[in-house]
Design a binder for this molecule. Sequence first.
Ligand SMILES: NC(=O)C1=CN([C@@H]2O[C@H](COP(=O)(O)OP(=O)(O)OC[C@H]3O[C@@H](n4cnc5c(N)ncnc54)[C@H](OP(=O)(O)O)[C@@H]3O)[C@@H](O)[C@H]2O)C=CC1
Ligand SMILES: O=C(O)C1=N[C@H](C(=O)O)C[C@H](O)C1
Length: 259
Amino acid sequence: MKKVLIAGATGAMGQKAVDLVNSLAGFEITAALAPTLTKENMTDFHLASSVQPYQTLDEIEDGVADIWIDFTLPSAVYQNVKFALEHGMRPIVGTTGLTDEQQADLVRLSEEKQIGGLIAANFGMSAVLLMKFAQEAAKYFPDVEIIEMHHGDKKDAPSGTALSTAKLIDQVRPAHETNPDETESLTGARGGDYHGIKIHAVRLPGYIAHEQVLFGGDGEALTIRQDSFDRQSFMNGVKVALEKVDGLSKLVIGLENIL
Ligand SMILES: NC(=O)C1=CN([C@@H]2O[C@H](COP(=O)(O)OP(=O)(O)OC[C@H]3O[C@@H](n4cnc5c(N)ncnc54)[C@H](OP(=O)(O)O)[C@@H]3O)[C@@H](O)[C@H]2O)C=CC1
Ligand SMILES: O=C(O)C1=N[C@H](C(=O)O)C[C@H](O)C1
């Protein structure tokens, strides 16, 4: 039986992860971490009374879990994953907001400790395919902008998926010219900028997680779009990660690299 700790167990994604692990044979939630989680309110979050609740990292005992699932906050994820690796737990990380330096640092630590895990900006198949198709299209359409649309509670912008999409496009797109005369009469009107790729972040109630990649060419355009209508859609990817994490020898970046 693999022992699992869920960090962010009280959150929107953490709750989906709790239900997933509760439903899987061969895995057991033994611990959960969230600042407001207590012995008293644990069952409200579908956690069995045998689960050890923690509110802070320094309370967590050695050996309490083999696998660390993380759906927390951009401000917490680096310390969490570092803690997991330093205490022999295999991280499966969905939380966004890690900088390139933080990610590289965690990969180095995982190599040093020889502990496998996964960091995935998006566990949904439609988003993984969107990123793959967008990278392919960028070889032929260097003029591209990204629009990501999320629920109003999202803390980080742009989304991790949009940033990953921009990085993948940046790896392959040919050099191209931008309009040197462009100005903004309203700051931010042209969106965020990743190496010349504009990213526009929309936050509205009713939305869950959606992304469009717009390519423009001479007299034609290509739009690639994905929609996550239900957070349950991310759980297929988390399940694959749970099944494969034992076979990984370091932190892998991107769900596509373990499929
Ligand atoms: N990779 C993917 O496929 C997906 C990734 N995400 C990402 O997952 C993350 C979480 O999203 P979501 O569930 O919507 O967010 P929520 O705000 O709903 O949940 C955040 C959770 O983190 C907990 N938390 C807050 N601070 C800490 C801390 N210092 N240590 C540990 N836990 C903490 C909160 O606990 P409390 O309730 O006690 O405050 C809560 O349980 C985001 O980064 C989001 O972008 C989201 C969807 C899919
Ligand atoms: O906060 C969310 O909801 C999501 N976060 C991830 C991201 O930032 O890309 C994945 C998905 O977009 C949902």
